[in-house]
Design a protein around this ligand. Structure first.
Ligand code: FMN
Length: 378
């Protein structure tokens, strides 16, 4: 592999190193994947104003997200099965994020548990909550995140039922993979991955197995997840979750300004403008195309974050210009992890940081916090 310069380079390497079912799990959207594609494509329609002969020295990408200092406003998004992209994936990604000075968000559907990640990090990470019908389990998860000193709860609102991703069905996605002939052939070509997984005890959903009623082993888990997501989740639930949690709360999965206004009413600390990386409602708008409208609607009532389709530092800056205070990356860090473990996650963050820094300068700005609408051509 020649030098890794872009997130696309990391993706190419991950494709060669990660078993097909897990690479496809990351690189997929719902149904026709039109929203997944639009998330990325719509960024390229936005253009910067190039400025010259301004002092470009002493630049800074530092900012804050929900009051926490960040070395750049780019958090790692919650992603399920991350420990299947690379052995102990969530622990490695959390360590890379911590060293870099950006937030890491652990998914409910992670392979490494809240306690696993807490055991290898020093700074608080964020925990993403799915609300399941088993409320005792949900309360227990909130309490476990508190005990692990997580500094924010990210409540995902856009997965009351699961969008259909064809690749996962065709690949028979499971963690760990079932020993079918196709999987055995594929795994034989991914020795590095196999060695890693053979060397860890973390191979299934450790936030859930052993904690939720009726889930003692993996075989019952896939039916449990499809049955367990709560289709009746409502704005009222946000209130009791907020109260039980008692800390910083981020509402993830807002794509409509009416919902954004409702979210602001809850007293949460931030919203994430997101369509779940195009994995839920295929045909929904790209995140970046609705960001400005939503940010304008809520004003300073609630902090606005965004994710979906960010593949470069330029994309991050465009999102900041359109009203986001913070951004998240999902697939870019997963590709880094699958390609090169912890170093790959660091590489993904370094690529984005460098692109942000150079772009900031060429736009004639020194502080990332100064990027606003006037920096775009419109
Ligand atoms: C493989 C994968 C798994 C995901 N799992 C979760 C999850 O468990 N919880 C959640 O709130 N969002 C999940 N998401 C959505 C991400 O948090 C985020 O919204 C999305 O990845 C952003 O788009 P990007 O991948 O283009 O950066 C997942 C996304 C991917 C790609």
């Amino acid at each position: 592999m020649s030098e890794i310069l872009t997130i696309a380079d990391l993706k190419d390497l991950a494709r060669r190193r990660v078993p097909k079912m897990f690479f496809d799990y990351a690189d997929s959207g719902a149904w026709t994947e039109s929203t997944y594609r639009a998330n990325e494509e719509d960024f390229s329609k936005i253009k910067f104003r190039q400025r010259v002969l301004v002092d470009m020295s002493n630049r800074s990408l530092e900012s804050t997200m929900i009051g926490e200092k960040v070395s750049m406003p780019v958090a790692l998004a919650p992603t399920g099965l991350t420990g299947m992209q690379h052995a102990d994936g969530e622990m490695l990604a959390a360590q890379a994020a911590e060293a870099f000075g950006v937030p890491f968000t652990l998914s409910t559907m992670s392979i490494c548990s809240i306690e696993d990640v807490a055991s290898v990090t020093k700074k608080p990470f964020w925990f993403q909550l799915y609300v399941l019908r088993d409320k005792d389990f949900v309360l227990n998860l909130i309490d476990r995140a508190k005990a692990a000193k997580c500094s924010a709860l990210v409540l995902t609102l856009d997965l009351q039922i699961l969008g259909q991703r064809h690749k996962d069905i065709r690949n028979g996605l499971s963690a760990p993979p079932k020993m079918t002939l196709a999987n055995i052939v594929d795994l034989a070509l991914k020795p590095r991955w196999c060695l890693g997984i053979a060397g860890t005890k973390r191979r299934t959903f450790r936030n859930i197995v052993g904690h939720a009623k009726g889930v003692g082993d993996v075989s019952s888990l896939s039916s449990w997840t499809t049955e367990q997501f709560d289709p009746q989740l409502s704005w009222k639930d946000v209130a009791w979750i907020k109260e039980r949690w008692g800390g910083k709360l981020i509402l993830k999965g807002i794509l409509d300004k009416e919902d954004a206004l409702m979210a602001a009413e809850t007293g949460a600390d931030a919203i994430v403008v997101s369509n779940h990386g195009g994995r839920q409602l295929d045909g929904a708008a790209s995140s970046i195309s609705v960001l400005e409208e939503i940010a304008d609607a809520v004003g300073d009532r609630i902090e606005v974050h965004v994710d979906g389709g960010i593949r470069s530092g330029q994309d991050v800056l465009k999102a900041l210009c359109l009203g986001a205070k913070g951004t998240y990356i999902g697939r870019p860090f997963l590709y880094g992890l699958g390609a090169m473990g912890k170093d790959g996650v660091t590489k993904a963050l370094e690529i984005i940081r460098k692109e942000m820094d150079i772009t900031l300068a060429l736009c004639g700005k020194r502080l990332v916090t100064d990027m606003g609408k006037d920096q775009l051509r419109r």
